[in-house]
Design a protein around this ligand. Structure first.
Ligand SMILES: [Zn+2]
Length: 394
């Protein structure tokens, strides 16, 4: 998104001329426009995100910025901005950016999950002295229906359930980045190993997850022989697998006659349960999980804020207009919902003066709590594709 206040683009890399580029984290849907030949301007990221981007595109030139330190970066015409990085508590390397300068102070959250340290943002000098001109907010789950519990609670529920079924193969759906803490938690609690692809092992190493419990798989689970699957099931293992291969891996294991289970850990679990008409599971893990017809356990595990956490986060901060980072969807499809209700409730609950947002595909609106202000149409914003967001790390 290209910020309104200053020539800075965050997680969007197709702009030309005089723009500074920042990458909040290395999920695919935040890398739009980047490629190995990309040279459009200065690019900044946290040290971990830089490492992850260089694994993918070794020729990129990226400046690593430390968290908790103020940097002055020159713009054109002798102007400069200050930037300060804050841990976003989303995936390894993910950060929020606090930009300040002639335009005031602007907070760009990127994808984030609320952490108690986020209360300290209000006492950072640029916010304390100038307030906030605008907050660019992660709105992935901006609707009161999204009430995901803490990741620690869900991880504990998962390990508790599968300790009773141990040993077996537990296939855990995961992207190239994210869920590392969950995988290691399960390995620890079940005293087992996490099997990953070579690429995933490199990613985990770049994120600082060095552990003997993380081992490179001897082959892709879809290529595994009956013998191998049976051996692994009797030893017990956590096997990281891509979303598109989760069910295929389960079928393969089923054909071999070994003990196995499949887990999807996602904030969309509740939504998927409704859309796929899964049976009510009140008796299971206090509503943290639903089981689909094909035997996949859908756990309500999210790297994004619940609606309540979004409200709490905004209440920590000085009042400021908000711009949603992602377009607001309609209610079509499994990974979408009608965002209108959430916008109204967020404004009311967190006393937000206005929320600017775009609707798919191009329209952009502003809702405001000011009595005589009216909803106005504006030009389209540059933004991440919602369709991509659903497949990359939510
Ligand atoms: Zn993300």
């Amino acid at each position: 998104m290209l910020l309104e206040e200053v020539p800075v683009a965050v997680d969007s890399f197709n702009h030309d001329g005089g723009v500074l580029f920042f990458c909040s984290h290395a999920h695919e849907d935040h890398l739009k426009g980047l490629n190995k030949k990309w040279r459009k301007g200065p690019l900044f990221a946290s040290a971990i995100t830089r490492q992850l981007l260089l694994l993918k595109w070794p020729s990129l030139e990226i400046t690593a910025l430390e968290l908790g330190r103020t940097y002055q970066i020159p713009l054109m015409d002798g102007l400069e901005i200050e930037v300060y990085l804050i841990d976003a508590n989303h995936v390894p390397g993910s950060v929020m950016f606090l930009f300040s300068g002639y335009f005031g102070s602007v907070l760009y959250t990127g994808d984030f999950r609320l952490h108690e340290k986020h209360q300290d943002i209000a006492s950072l000098a640029p916010v304390r002295d100038k307030g906030l001109s605008r907050i660019y907010l992660d709105n992935t789950f901006c609707d009161p229906r999204f009430q995901q519990p803490s990741r620690e609670d869900v991880a504990a529920a998962i390990s508790k359930r599968f300790r009773r079924k141990w040993p077996c193969i537990i296939f855990v759906e995961s992207y190239r980045l994210g869920k590392e803490t969950l995988l290691l938690h399960l390995a620890q609690k079940l005293r087992s190993r996490v099997l990953v692809s070579e690429e995933r092992k490199k990613t985990m190493r770049a994120c600082g997850f060095e552990s003997d419990q993380v081992q490179i798989q001897s082959c892709d689970p879809l290529q595994a022989s009956e013998d191998l699957l049976q051996t692994e099931a009797l030893r017990g293992c956590i096997w990281a697998i891509s979303r598109q291969n989760l069910r295929k891996g389960m079928w393969q294991a089923s054909d071999s006659g070994c003990a196995f289970h499949g887990i999807r850990a996602t904030g969309w679990a509740e939504q998927a349960r409704k859309e796929e008409s899964m049976p009510s599971c009140e008796d299971l893990d206090e509503n943290l999980v639903a089981v689909s017809d094909d035997g996949v356990f859908h756990y309500l595990y999210s790297d994004h804020c619940s609606f309540l956490e979004l409200v709490q986060f905004l209440q920590f901060l000085p009042k400021a207009p908000v711009t949603f980072i992602s377009p607001v969807g309609s209610s079509e499809g499994t990974y979408s919902f009608d965002g209108a209700d959430g916008i109204q409730k967020l404004m009311a609950s967190a006393s937000v003066p206005s929320i600017r947002y775009s609707e798919r595909p191009t329209r952009c609106f502003e809702k405001t709590s000011l009595p005589r202000a009216k909803r106005k149409a504006e030009g389209p914003h540059e933004e991440d594709g919602y369709e991509q967001k659903k497949s990359a790390g939510a």
